[in-house]
Design a protein. Structure first.
Length: 258
């Protein structure tokens, strides 16, 4: 688990402790199950209605990636492995890679090296690997969009809860005992809508976008390395280029964020 997954809740608890201590001391007063059901139930209804069931399953599965991102080959590890493959190719030929393919754990690197072994050709390898990256980004973009839509729908569902609460208030004007719960639903539903939109769904969509961009950048680096292997470039040139490519990608991503 990444440290920010612990840091964010700790920071929120600190803010509540000094800014809104009542929520810390009396949390049950702010726990309103009907309001939560209206907001989250409304969001789930909108997501299911507006997407395919396979996308909805991926939407739920993405939550596990936020808490515990899947382990993958680091850029440094990929560069080292690709440089080793380039060295083998240069000294023993591409045919020597056949014995190395099965030992490669990263599926994308393994796929690229297998294409080299199969003599697919530079243009085909380039197209196949970049198509893989584009397909992955499109798949990720679909799930990210669903979370962005959730952030939009949640406040709307909160307003629906508020309207329902106001309707209950007007219906029970002759019975003062029922006004408290109706007003609570009306007010706290808006609170939950804003909370889930700004504090849950929006950060999740941002984190998923970052993870997707990092994976795409890594795969582009691997693709360039595999193409160097296909062209039988010298290992030193492969390593130096990929290291510079890694540095350039990092600077580009920082500029993009600004």
């Amino acid at each position: 688990m990444e440290i920010n997954m612990l840091l964010a809740p700790a920071l929120m608890a600190l803010i509540l402790w000094f800014g809104l201590p009542e929520i810390i001391h009396k949390p049950m007063e702010y726990l309103h199950v009907p309001a939560i059901m209206i907001v989250l139930g409304g969001v789930m209804f909108a997501i299911i209605l507006g997407s395919k069931f396979e996308n909805f399953k991926s939407y739920l599965k993405a939550l596990t990636f936020i808490a515990k991102p899947p382990k993958r080959t680091s850029a440094r590890e990929a560069i080292t492995l690709i440089t080793d493959m380039a060295r083998i190719t240069k000294t023993k030929g591409k045919s020597a890679l056949v014995a190395e393919v099965e030992g490669i754990k990263d599926p994308f690197i393994k796929y690229g090296i297998q294409l080299v072994v199969d003599k697919a050709g530079e243009e085909f390898i380039r197209a196949a690997l970049y198509n893989n990256i584009e397909e992955m980004q499109e798949r990720h973009a679909t799930i990210i969009t669903l979370y962005k839509n959730s952030a939009v729908v949640a406040p709307v569902c909160g307003m629906v809860g508020t309207i329902i609460g106001l309707i209950q208030v007007l219906k029970n004007m002759k019975d003062p005992s029922g006004l408290g719960s109706a007003m609570a639903l009306g007010l706290i539903a808006t609170f939950y809508g804003g909370f889930f939109s700004g504090m849950v769904f929006t950060p999740i969509s941002q984190k998923l976008k970052i993870l997707s961009e990092e994976e795409a950048a890594l795969k582009r680096l691997i693709t360039e390395g595999v193409l160097f292997i296909e062209k039988e470039e010298i290992p030193l040139k492969v390593e130096k280029y990929l290291l510079s490519y890694l540095s350039f990608s990092g600077k580009s991503s920082k500029k993009g964020k600004k």
